[in-house]
Design a protein around this ligand. Structure first.
Ligand code: TYD
Length: 229
């Protein structure tokens, strides 16, 4: 048995549309690879063939908030079972562009779907995904760290105005994103040990510095990463 194999790490990126996560997700993946880690880069909704089909439905077909939430969790369950848990068991770093906080922020705060019911679905979908033993335990899979890109909705709207053809979420009005941003703030307040607030209303280098600092502070990367914007 190899005692040297590193412990799996699960990091999610969150924030309203237009917050600028994408390039930093790629940058963090590269920083881990540069330091010898194997990285699984993935996204939600999506990350498996089945979940990508569900993503297409969720982003483009009209539906009510409960249907939206159920699809998000169905996709998540498949993603966890097929991709995230096996990668963590191999000791990899899993970086996901969004995870469950997005469902609380978008379907919960944005659409107005009941927060407590989302918590029930969260527990159902994220328990019993790793080992057979988990089926009888209460272990619920959550990210080890969530990098939350906090950006005022009106700033994000300006950034999105130049984006490609909007999907069902990107096409929402400003008030929707203000509620989604508030939803993220509420999730962050409820789980301060997991959340890192990244001030996304600044230049690219300053955003990277905040990310690198958070990951280095945990001892997951050496300080060499901090200089690589
Ligand atoms: P996004 O991650 O922003 O990808 P892209 O950069 O390709 O647009 O798009 C996913 C959209 O799905 C985003 O608007 C948020 C939304 N979403 C939910 O509404 N609920 C969820 O649970 C998840 C994971 C995403």
């Amino acid at each position: 048995m190899s005692t040297a194999s590193p412990k799996g790490l699960f990091i999610s990126f969150e924030g309203i549309d237009g917050a600028g996560k994408s390039s930093h997700i790629a940058g963090l993946a590269q920083a881990f690879r540069d330091q010898g880690r194997v990285v699984t880069l993935t996204r939600e909704p999506g990350g498996t063939p089945l979940a990508e089909k569900l993503r297409a439905l969720m982003l483009h077909d009209a539906m009510d908030p409960l249907t939206e939430a159920l699809i998000a969790f169905a996709a998540r369950r498949d993603h966890l079972v097929q991709v995230i848990e096996p990668a963590l068991a191999r000791g990899e770093v899993v970086i996901s562009d969004r995870f469950t906080d997005a469902t609380f922020a978008y379907q919960g705060a944005g659409r107005g779907f009941d927060w407590n019911q989302l918590s029930v679905l969260e527990r159902m979908a994220q328990t019993g995904t790793a080992l057979q033993a988990d089926l009888v335990s209460s272990f619920m899979r959550e990210p080890d760290m969530t990098l939350w890109f906090d950006l005022p909705a009106e700033v994000a709207a300006v950034r999105l105005a130049t984006a490609r053809v909007p999907d069902r979420f990107e096409a929402q009005p400003g008030e929707f994103f203000a509620r989604v941003a508030q939803g993220y703030a509420q999730r962050a307040e409820a789980a301060p040990q997991r959340f890192v607030r990244v001030d996304a209303n600044t230049c690219r280098e300053a955003v990277w510095e905040q990310i690198a600092q958070a990951v280095v502070a945990k001892g997951w990367l050496s300080s060499a990463a901090e200089s690589k914007a």
